[in-house]
Ligand binder design. Structure first.
Ligand code: DAH
Length: 343
């Protein structure tokens, strides 16, 4: 009896694998589970099993019965789904040229803001470039003067790839390539996705956007940096916004600054958006370090430049009032769509 059950088990597995239609499945069901099916016959044999073996054999028969039932109902669902899909497809062929009836999709708030910022810079004569997401260690660190022992190169901060390359940790990684492309007269912004091996919270994401900008020429100074940042803010917030510089430290700039903008919501009086201070930390920036220019073949004795690294997601949060950076990568369409009209 045990052997019979085993054989039936195997045989069913083979047969069910061959089924490819609703009709075939129904035939299989009748063959095994019908009134005079193979399982019913097995039950008849079961009557003759000796009492002491009844428990063990009974369990085997039940297991087989359950398995057959489950498999058949699983297959039924699959086949019905497939048939329904086919029927739906045949019933109403899709006309891809028809306009969408129930509202249209919307751009991601980050896309909208980046475009706005880009438009302002383009109107001031900047070119827009793309960076790469996978970068060399040289471009991400060495070329922008980050020392070999800098903690940012650590596994804890950087996603390293097996081949020694990395996911770029900042848009500054494209500086060298862009400086080489444009040479000593360069006015470029380059937005891009960056990656850091961070623990996540409302203010930190492992994947985020920056918008980097560099201007190099003869006699470029800090006042040019301030001018362009103020113009950008005016374009984005549609009003004059004051800025202030605080000292900062970055290997790629000397001197380095933190640029704050006077709070666009309260005009500098102090409100929840600016934590009551009247100022919002907007972007790190500075005068490009001579080593960075030199690494790109530009003579720092003749040319100077400034650079800034705008936290694009931060700007999006400021403009939308979103209080958790993680929403931006959440793919939560319902949530993100709300900001379409607010921006
Ligand atoms: N790359 C820096 C970061 O991600 C940001 C930055 C600071 C960029 C100063 C710059 C700059 O261009 O001048 O933290």
């Amino acid at each position: 009896m045990k052997q019979k059950i085993e054989e039936l088990n195997k045989e069913f597995d083979e047969n069910v694998a061959k089924v490819d239609s609703a009709e075939g499945l129904e035939n299989l069901r009748l063959e095994y589970m019908g009134k005079k099916g193979k399982v019913a016959l097995l039950m008849q044999d079961f009557k003759n099993v000796k009492d002491e073996a009844k428990k063990e054999i009974g369990m085997l028969v039940n297991a087989l019965k359950n398995k057959i039932e489950t498999k058949i109902s699983e297959f039924k669902e699959k086949i019905t789904d497939k048939l329904n899909e086919k029927e739906e497809f045949n019933a109403k062929p899709i006309d891809f040229s028809l306009p969408v009836s129930d509202g249209v999709g919307s751009l991601h708030p980050r896309t909208i803001i980046l475009k706005e910022v880009e438009d302002v810079f383009v109107s001031m004569g900047f070119n827009v470039e793309d960076g790469y997401e996978i970068e060399t260690e040289y471009n991400n660190f060495d070329a922008v003067n980050v020392p070999a022992n800098h903690p940012a190169r650590d596994m804890q901060d950087t996603f390293w790839l097996d081949n020694g390359e990395l996911l770029k940790t900042h848009t500054s990684a494209a500086q060298n390539r862009i400086l080489r492309k444009y040479g000593p007269h360069c006015k470029v912004i380059f937005p891009g996705r960056c990656f850091r091996n961070e623990s996540l919270d409302a203010g930190h994401e492992n994947t985020f956007f920056q918008m980097e900008g560099i201007v190099v020429s003869e006699n470029v100074s800090v006042s040019n940096l301030i001018y362009f940042m103020k113009e950008m803010l005016k374009g984005v917030f549609k009003k004059d916004i004051e800025v202030r510089l605080r000292p900062g430290f970055f290997p790629f700039t000397e001197p380095s600054f933190e640029l704050d903008a006077s709070c666009a919501f309260c005009g500098g009086k102090g409100c929840p958006s600016c934590g009551g201070s009247g100022w919002i930390e907007l972007c790190p920036c500075g005068m490009i370090h001579p080593n960075v220019l030199r690494n790109a073949g530009i003579d720092p004795e003749k040319y100077t430049g400034f650079a800034f690294g705008l936290g694009a997601d931060r700007l999006v949060m400021l403009k939308t009032g979103l209080n958790d950076i993680r929403h931006l990568n959440s793919g939560n369409v319902k949530l993100l769509k709300q900001f379409k009209t607010k921006i």
